[in-house]
Design a protein around this ligand. Structure first.
Ligand code: NCD
Length: 430
């Protein structure tokens, strides 16, 4: 097996669209045994899967692939050609993905996990330079895109805010983009105006990634959110098809939820409850696009009502910086997602997500910190997933995804076993 057994098994379950329970039954092993094979190599509980099981799983997956090949017109060619935007290797919108291509990207993200977890290093992007152009506030997106590029062996040049860029002197998007293309090999751009990143992309042939364009889209965030949901569901033995997803908060200006609902709509039979304070509801055109696939979409302004029975709670911050003179005060105290509410409305296997940052100032009533020690709170695991997913995006756009596996070397330093001082270890989550 050229990939780790964890990557191999996760990939097999995703391709077969089976929960852990059903997959264990399908290959005739105990669920507990499967769980130990799925733990990261080197963890105490991890066990090696017998060769005969690996061969059997390969056979089932190959059979399934053959069936698929005969039943659909086969997908072919590199992933970057299949997700291209107006013929270019750029990532501007989640609309570029199908369920197959998104899952192909996630198989590449799984292969990046040993690098993201600081067990391996790779230099496949040695010599390449990323231009990180952020004209709006950012911590996670800017740093994780930069770190992802560096962890593949590339280097990063940054510019932040308008004040320190030539845009403050009146330079156009076209000129900025064209000039930058002469300096760097890929660009990530965040800009406060919707559609602006597409304008940057039209002025260059190098890969451009949309790091957030106003209230428009945030495709890499939605990809890492979906990756998180699938990974967490795999651990919990759930399937995404048929799940209940509650999107909470500023659904009008929150670009993360705009991209996420469209991406989730690629799955089957979902129930969405959209819970927004009055005046911050999801825009009609996005509702229309997600609703085309026959999902159930319910809208409410009652948090308690909307969260009932949810499998995923996705909370968001009020995007006050985008308010166009509206008289909206943000969240009232009864709009806060907190432990008491989650206990009351949802089961023990709900996952609570947030793209972060959460507003921790007094009176903001954003996602409460009282869930911090609760295994259902997935926000830091979600943020961590930004690295493997963004590495996969770069590897695909720059066409090096097939080189990664053979480029891996052991790390030379010793990172701490747990990154956060408060990281609680929950069963099956090492
Ligand atoms: C979000 C953004 O910038 O859209 N943050 C992020 O990228 N993780 C969400 C927000 O700012 O509220």
């Amino acid at each position: 097996m050229s990939v780790s057994q964890q990557v191999f098994l996760r990939d097999a379950m995703r391709r077969l669209n089976l929960t852990r329970d059903v997959f264990a039954a399908r290959i005739g092993v105990k669920r507990r045994a499967l769980d130990t094979w799925l733990l990261p190599e080197g963890s105490q509980e991890s066990r090696t899967m017998p060769d005969v099981v690996a061969r059997f799983v390969t056979e089932i997956v190959e059979n399934e692939a053959l069936l698929k090949k005969y039943s659909q017109s086969a997908q072919s060619g590199p992933l970057r050609d299949r997700i291209a935007y107006e013929g270019k290797h750029q990532l501007l919108s989640v609309d570029q993905f199908s369920r197959e291509s998104v899952e192909e990207l996630f198989r590449i993200a799984d292969q990046m996990q040993p690098i993201a977890r600081r067990q391996k290093v790779s230099r496949v992007l040695e010599g390449a330079v990323l231009g990180n152009l952020f004209f709006e506030a950012s911590t996670r997106t800017r740093v994780s895109f930069g770190a992802a590029f560096c962890r593949l062996g590339g280097s990063v040049c940054d510019t932040t805010g308008f004040t320190f860029s030539s845009m403050a002197k009146g330079e156009s998007i076209y000129d900025t983009s064209r000039v930058m293309s002469g300096y760097v090999d890929a660009m990530v751009i965040r800009h406060p105006e919707q559609g602006s990143v597409a304008e940057f992309a039209r002025a260059t042939n190098i890969p451009v990634v949309n790091g957030g364009d106003g209230a428009g889209e945030h495709p890499s965030q939605a990809l890492l959110d979906l990756y998180t949901i699938l990974t967490e569901f795999s651990r919990l033995g759930k399937l995404l098809d048929g799940a209940h997803i509650a999107l909470v908060g500023d659904l009008k200006y929150g670009r993360t939820v705009h991209s996420l609902i469209k991406l989730l709509a690629l799955y089957r039979g979902l129930k969405f409850t959209l819970i927004a304070p009055k005046g911050l509801e999801m825009p009609e055109e996005i509702l229309h696009q997600a609703g085309r696939h026959g999902h159930v979409i319910e809208q409410t302004s009652s948090l308690e009502e909307g969260l009932k029975g949810a499998d995923v709670i996705y909370a968001t911050r009020v995007q006050k910086e985008r308010f166009a003179g509206e008289e909206i005060e943000g969240y009232s105290a009864d709009f806060q997602v907190n432990k008491a509410l989650v206990d009351k409305c949802c089961g023990p296997d709900v996952i609570v997500m947030h793209p972060l940052p959460r507003d921790s100032r007094e009176g903001s009533h954003d996602l409460s910190v009282d869930l911090n020690d609760d295994s259902r709170l997935a926000i830091f695991r979600q943020a961590d997933n930004g690295i493997p997913v963004r590495m996969a995006i770069f590897a695909v756009l720059l066409g090096v995804e097939r080189l990664v596996q053979h480029s891996l070397r052991d790390v030379t330093w010793s990172p701490p076993s747990y990154i956060g001082p408060d990281d609680a270890i929950f069963p099956g989550m090492e």
